[in-house]
Design a protein around this ligand. Structure first.
Ligand code: PMP
Length: 433
């Protein structure tokens, strides 16, 4: 901590100045939770390097939690956006890019119809509105500790006596118990009980859980049960692929052969230009059509599908998310996961490494976690923070909250090798204490 603070006088001064105009001196609420005692104040990002205000350079393994999954300055994206800036950022009229993008989304992810949103949160919100209108039901079901964006009805956890707001989150008077059911991921009997009431509009889920510092995989048969139970109950199945796209260029939907009624995604889809998309089945599209036919404001959004965002999406889908790019990303992720696993084994640590394609994280427990219930209440926050700081002091930045590492087409093998050395060093140091 001392080394970090000492080396960052400019960042500390900026943080102090920010306190007068930003709550807690941070521009949005996430940043306050990050481990560094003085914030990492970024001046610019280039390739996979972050340059801070005090002249330090870091290899970014966090990649803005998939918003920068393709690297910060992918040449194809930079060139397309430069060009688009001279052609207008938004007109509120459709263009050829919009058609190209929705055609490509259908081809990649299977669902026939697609619409634009302005973020991952926004895509989930639109998709939930459609699910509620299509089913005439209000309730939704989420898995314990899943995160789907700044959506109050999803800030919930499972408690001994039912559902409650997440600890520390004031719901501002919204009673989540009325609108939201929560069950543990991989718990088919609980899912069956929750759906039996026939009052749930949609199950909103990550196909593989990524939030909370672990990769939590579906057990054999879980997805088949989830699909058949939701069909029987007349409940729509909405997959959020915002964080699972490192699994492959068609997401988990393609990797695992899943058949949702709706898909929502944000972040990576426009290489970090604010945007989201949501896809839907024929049946859901028939409901969405009511809004467009009447032209009322129900599902409108001025900035959704802005020309700059859609150009970014066309570039991402057409030039960046290639099999070749994924082969590189996967190779580095495999090396990183292997290095971490080898150190864990050498020291006999009861830790588990989880990998989903180009995403790797480790949980401080010996077995792969089944669900959030088996991960909490000990996600190992202070140990994670200590590891983060050790690596960041030496020029490698992991995701600040989850400790996850992501690999982009621009990520470099030398950084992964260096990480392996540093990880071995810090664990040897900790083991000696
Ligand atoms: N879905 C998932 C799985 C996420 O992890 C997030 C954000 N971390 C979102 C949706 C929301 O994305 P955004 O914050 O960009 O709206």
């Amino acid at each position: 901590r001392a080394a970090w603070i000492e080396g960052r006088p400019k960042a500390a001064a900026l943080h102090e100045r920010a306190r007068a105009s930003q709550v807690h001196g941070t521009p949005h609420h996430w940043v306050r939770q990050f481990p560094p005692p003085v914030p990492l104040v970024v001046e610019r990002a280039e390739g996979v390097r972050l340059h801070d205000t005090d002249g330090h350079v870091y290899a970014d393994f966090g990649l803005a939690a998939t918003a920068a999954l393709w690297g910060h300055t992918h040449p194809a994206v930079v060139e397309a956006l430069r060009d688009q800036l001279g052609r207008g950022t938004i007109t509120m009229w459709p263009g050829e890019d919009h058609v190209w993008v929705t055609e490509e989304l259908s081809r990649r992810f299977g669902l026939p119809y697609w619409q634009f949103a302005v973020s991952g949160t926004d895509a989930n919100r639109f998709a939930l509105v459609l699910a509620r209108v299509a089913t005439g039901r209000e309730k939704i079901l989420v898995f314990n500790r899943a995160y789907h964006g700044a959506l109050e009805p999803t800030y919930v956890v499972l408690t001994a006596d039912g559902v409650a707001p997440e600890p520390g989150v004031d719901m501002g008077g919204i009673d989540v118990r009325r609108t939201t059911e929560v069950v543990e991921f991989n718990d088919v009997p609980a899912l069956e009980r929750a759906l039996a009431g026939g009052d749930i509009a949609a199950v909103l889920a990550e196909p593989v859980m990524t939030n909370g510092g672990a990769v939590i995989r579906p057990e054999p048969g879980f997805h088949a049960a989830l699909r058949s139970l939701t069909r029987e109950a007349g409940t729509l199945l909405l997959f959020d692929e915002t964080q699972t796209i490192p699994a492959g260029p068609g997401g988990c939907v393609r990797e695992l052969g899943l058949e949702p009624d709706l898909i929502a995604m944000g972040k990576f889809v426009a290489a970090g230009i604010p945007a989201g998309v949501y896809g839907m089945s024929e049946e859901v599209a028939a409901v969405a059509a009511r809004y467009t036919e009447h032209g009322d404001g129900g599902l409108g959004s001025t900035l959704a599908g802005g020309a700059l965002a859609v150009r970014a999406m066309r570039t991402v889908l057409g030039e960046v998310m290639t099999d070749k790019a994924y082969a590189h990303m996967n190779r580095l992720a495999e090396r990183y996961a292997g290095d971490v696993a080898a150190v864990i084994e050498r020291h006999g640590l009861p830790w588990h490494v989880g990998r989903l394609g180009a995403r790797v994280s480790y949980a401080f427990m010996p077995e792969p976690p089944r669900n959030a219930g088996s991960l909490y209440p000990k996600p190992g926050g202070s140990l994670r923070a200590a590891l983060w700081l050790f690596l960041a002091n030496r020029g490698i930045v992991l995701n600040g909250m989850s400790g996850a590492a992501l690999f982009s087409p621009l990520s470099e093998e030398a950084d992964v090798v260096r990480h392996g050395e540093l990880f071995a060093e810090v664990i040897a140091e900790l083991a000696a204490v």
